[in-house]
Design a protein around this ligand. Structure first.
Ligand code: BES
Ligand code: MN
Ligand code: ZN
Length: 510
């Protein structure tokens, strides 16, 4: 296996474009852009900017990249990448983040190791936000999915990146570092989700989680199958029964010195290292993708590590139940009844609805450890993909003010998400003749009934469930998102933790 990612050294610069000593200068280009603030560029390009515009090649269409030489005057950088930014009026931080990714990927395709990037004047993006998202994007570009490829050219990485921000502001260096860390830990999560199931069984996933967490000084505990049995986590054990690989449960704690008083953020992630469906086995087509069924768990582990790395002043506890979901002679069967750690009983109708089971025990444990506010992240339902597609995660939860806190955090993070209802009306679909409820509610509203199942284990704490089944993996490559794991959720959870001073003051009683 090769290292899947590197963190570039990112610094601020104030130099004019022609003085930047770099291999590639990335410049966002708006639709109808006269480039008045970069007057030297056309001359440096030998008039190529004007000619490209006349040919219709330089329209500012979002994320189109055009590379040209700048060797026609005394510019120190030999080339620029002009990356489309769309209309200046509609320009957002998310555009800037994606432009940074496109610019960074363009450099790496050309095996260029030094990158510089400018923020253009006259947009509504605040300077500190611009610094953060540019650093995020340049970090995110330094990821390679082909970790097991032994042939072809050696990988090329961005070593150094310089960022120029228009307009002064204090704390730009903090913003830059925050962005770099968010990119780095998103990449850690992508690397974990990309790992094949054979390389990342629960024991290995737990060890990898501990390694990432230890490096930033988090307290990490790995519960083995005996400890899990002592805690009577019958749902997690039920899912694990069909597998040769024992389950694990990872607990991370962040207990910073001057934390926001009175609140503990509880993060729970689905850690199914491979989901065959179990006895209710999945069809063969695309089953390989189910190696990423631990993306929620990876997001939680990596977000916690970033939170610790950035010394975010809020207490957090993270729980990731880890297991395979396999068929076999000892596997849980449809019709079986499992008893959860909190005592509620579940009739298993479909063994492929395993995520909600491990989350049920995980959420209970987060409460046991003192969480006051819960967020779970999971590749939970195909139904959520049908409802919202592959760019938007589903948000479910209560009270709506807490859902809105998470939604706004996801917007700042560039992880799109949207609220879905959790009306009690749907609960009838989970009625069991023999137990407290079933684990599936039929096809209608499948993402919602899954959320209602999970809600049974939240003990009426403020809780949000983020269904990332559609967003964790990119099937179609985009200029700013290569195929494969996306790292969705990491930046949302960190932004949420950073926002603790605001949400801890809310009265969230439902
Ligand atoms: N891991 C899957 C959900 C999933 C589907 C993630 C597609 C990513 C892409 C989950 O464990 C599952 O199998 N869910 C079932 C639930 C059903 C049996 C009620 C589903 O969505 O089909
Ligand atoms: Mn499943
Ligand atoms: Zn699953």
């Amino acid at each position: 296996m090769h290292t899947a990612h590197r963190s570039p050294a990112i610094t601020l610069t104030a130099r004019p474009s022609g003085d930047l000593q770099t291999d590639l200068l990335v410049i966002p280009i708006f639709a109808d852009d006269d480039l008045a603030d970069e007057a030297g560029l056309d001359r440096a390009s030998g008039g190529e900017v004007t000619r490209a515009r006349e040919r219709g090649e330089l329209t500012g269409k979002p994320f189109d990249a055009l590379v040209m030489a700048t060797s026609f005057s005394d510019w120190k950088t030999p080339r620029v990448a002009l990356v489309g930014a769309g209309s200046r009026k509609e320009f957002t931080a998310d555009h800037l983040r994606r432009i940074a990714i496109v610019g960074g990927l363009t450099a790496r395709q050309r095996r260029l190791t030094r990158v510089a990037m400018l923020d253009r004047i006259g947009t509504s993006v605040a300077t500190a936000v611009a610094a953060q998202v540019m650093a995020e994007g340049l970090s995110l570009a330094n990821f390679d999915g082909a970790a097991y490829r032994t042939s072809g050219q050696p990988r090329s990485w961005i070593e150094t990146a310089e960022v120029r921000i228009s307009g002064a502001s204090a704390r730009l260096n903090d913003a830059l570092e925050r962005g770099r860390v968010l990119g780095e830990y998103s990449n850690h999560a992508r690397a974990l989700a990309n790992e094949p199931g054979n390389e990342l069984p629960p024991r290995v996933f737990a060890e990898r989680a501990a390694g990432i967490a230890d490096a930033v000084g988090l307290t990490c505990e790995i519960l083995d199958e005996q400890r899990i049995a002592q805690l009577k986590m019958g749902l997690l054990l039920g899912v694990a029964r069909g597998s040769q690989e024992p389950p694990r449960l990872v607990v991370l704690r962040h207990d910073p010195p001057s934390a926001v008083p009175g609140v503990v953020l509880g993060l729970v992630g689905k850690g199914i290292t491979f989901d065959t469906g179990g006895i209710s086995i999945k069809p063969a087509d695309n089953m390989d993708r189910m190696k990423d069924d631990m993306s929620g768990g990876a997001a939680v582990i990596c977000a916690m590590s970033a939170i610790a790395r950035l010394k975010v002043p809020v207490r957090c506890v993270a729980i990731v139940p880890m297991t395979e979901n396999m068929p076999g002679g000892t596997a849980v069967k449809p019709g079986d009844v499992l008893t959860s750690a909190c005592g509620k009983t579940v009739e298993i109708i479909n063994t492929d609805a395993e995520g909600r089971l491990v989350l049920g025990d995980g959420l209970w444990y987060a409460r046991e450890l003192g969480a006051t506010h819960l967020v779970d992240v999971a590749t939970l339902t195909g139904a959520c993909v049908v409802a919202l597609g592959k760019t938007t995660s589903g948000l479910f939860g209560t009270p709506s003010a807490w859902v809105e806190d998470v939604r706004r955090a996801s917007e700042r993070a560039g992880d799109r998400s949207w609220p879905m209802p959790v009306f009690d009306d749907y609960k009838d679909q989970l009625k069991s003749e023999i137990a407290d409820f079933t684990n599936t509610g039929g096809r209608a509203g499948g993402a919602i009934t899954a959320a209602l199942f999970i809600k049974e284990f939240t003990g009426d704490l403020p809780w949000v469930h983020m269904d990332i089944a559609g967003t964790a993996w990119a099937e179609e490559p985009k200029p700013y998102q290569p195929k494969g794991a996306t790292g969705v959720g990491v930046r949302t959870l960190v932004e949420l933790a950073l926002d603790a001073p605001a949400w801890s003051a809310q009265n969230l009683k439902s």
